[in-house]
Design a protein around this ligand. Structure first.
Ligand SMILES: Nc1ncnc2c1ncn2[C@@H]1O[C@H](COP(=O)(O)OP(=O)(O)OP(=O)(O)O)[C@@H](O)[C@H]1O
Ligand SMILES: [Mg+2]
Length: 145
C-alpha cells in the first residue's frame, strides 16, 4: 500500500495513524535513503503518543528511550552499526522489553521483517514530498489499514 506524504503536515497525520495502533512488542521498520524522512516520521509518532520536548536523532547515540509513553518507545538508528551482531552488544532486546521499537536503517541490525509485529515502511523522495510504501506484518493485518 502506497501513501503520498506531500508535506510535513501529511507526515504528522501519518505518524498519528501509526501511533493510534502501536503496541508494545511492535517494530516500525523505517527504510529509505538519507533524508527520506525516517526521523521526521519517528518524531510524528512520538508526538502523537504524547511526548513533549526534543526528539534528538539517534544517529550518534544509536538508541533513545521514551519510557513515559504508552506504549514505551525505543527509537533507534542502526546506520552506524558495522555488522548486525552489534545489536546484541547494545542490549537491544533488553531495551525492547515491554516497548515498541522505531527503527531507522533496520537492515543494518539484521532486519525485523520476520517478526509478526513488524510494520515495514519504505520512504522515498517524491517531488517536494515523500512516498511511503507500507507492508504490515501478520500481527498488523487486523490493525492496518
Ligand atoms: N513528507 C515530507 N515532505 C517534505 N519534506 C520532508 C518530509 N518528510 C521529511 N521531510 C524533510 O526531509 C529532511 C530530512 O528528514 P529526516 O531527517 O527525517 O530524514 P532521515 O530519513 O531520518 O535521514 P537519515 O537517513 O539521515 O537519518 C528534513 O528536513 C525534513 O523536514
Ligand atoms: Mg534519521
Amino acid at each position: 500500500m502506497s501513501i503520498a506524504l506531500p508535506d510535513l503536515a501529511a507526515m504528522e497525520a501519518f505518524g498519528k495513524r501509526i501511533a493510534e495502533k502501536l503496541r508494545a512488542g511492535d517494530v516500525v521498520a523505517l527504510t529509505g535513503g538519507l533524508g527520506t524522512g525516517k526521523t521526521t516520521l519517528s518524531r510524528a509518532i512520538l508526538t502523537a503518543l504524547g511526548h513533549r520536548g526534543d526528539v534528538p536523532s539517534p544517529t550518534f547515540t544509536i538508541i533513545e528511550t521514551y519510557e513515559h509513553l504508552d506504549p514505551p518507545v525505543v527509537h533507534a538508528d542502526f546506520y552506524r552499526l558495522e555488522e548486525p551482531s552489534e545489536v546484541e552488544q547494545l542490549g537491544l532486546d533488553d531495551y525492547r522489553e515491554g516497548a515498541a521499537l522505531l527503527a531507522e536503517w533496520p537492515d543494518h541490525a539484521g532486519g525485523f521483517a520476520n517478526e509478526a509485529g513488524c510494520l515495514q515502511i519504505a520512504l522515498e523522495m517524491a517531488d517536494e514530498g515523500r512516498l511511503a510504501v507500507v507492508e504490515p506484518g501478520a500481527g498488523w493485518q487486523e490493525r492496518w489499514p
